[in-house]
Design a protein. Structure first.
Length: 129
């Protein structure tokens, strides 16, 4: 199973976001730079793939509101593709480690540890029969 964590460190433009996705997900060169093309590539995945999607913090002054909205759309594409290709794609997002009880703070657990456990739970070799 492929395990990929997306954190979008250099989200300076829509093209930069798509180039980052192509690189991290090892998408084919023909995959375009649109949300529809991303969806098509994600629903065509044949190898079991778990993806953690963590958006940059919205109060980051370097990110404009338009890019933050676009990143939210990207995350929604992943969630929709997971629904339509659930046999090969599992998506884990920042909301899965967000704790409302903590006043909107991340849970005390390290998100990377939570991700590791999540990825482990998806691995068929670790699942009890």
């Amino acid at each position: 199973m492929r395990k990929i964590v997306l954190k979008f460190p250099n989200a300076t433009s829509k093209n930069a976001i798509h180039e980052y996705l192509k690189e991290k997900l090892e998408l084919p060169e023909y995959c375009g730079t649109s949300l529809d093309a991303l969806y098509d590539c994600l629903t065509d995945l044949c190898e079991p793939t778990a993806v953690g999607v963590f958006l940059p913090v919205s109060d980051n002054d370097e990110l404009d509101i338009e890019l933050m909205c676009y990143l939210e759309k990207v995350k929604n594409v992943f969630l929709r593709a997971e629904r339509d290709n659930s046999s090969c794609l599992a998506v884990f997002s920042d909301e899965d480690v967000w704790s409302e009880e903590e006043g909107g703070q991340y849970a005390e657990e390290d998100p990377d540890e939570v991700l590791s456990r999540f990825f482990e739970s998806l691995d068929p070799l670790n699942q009890k029969k």
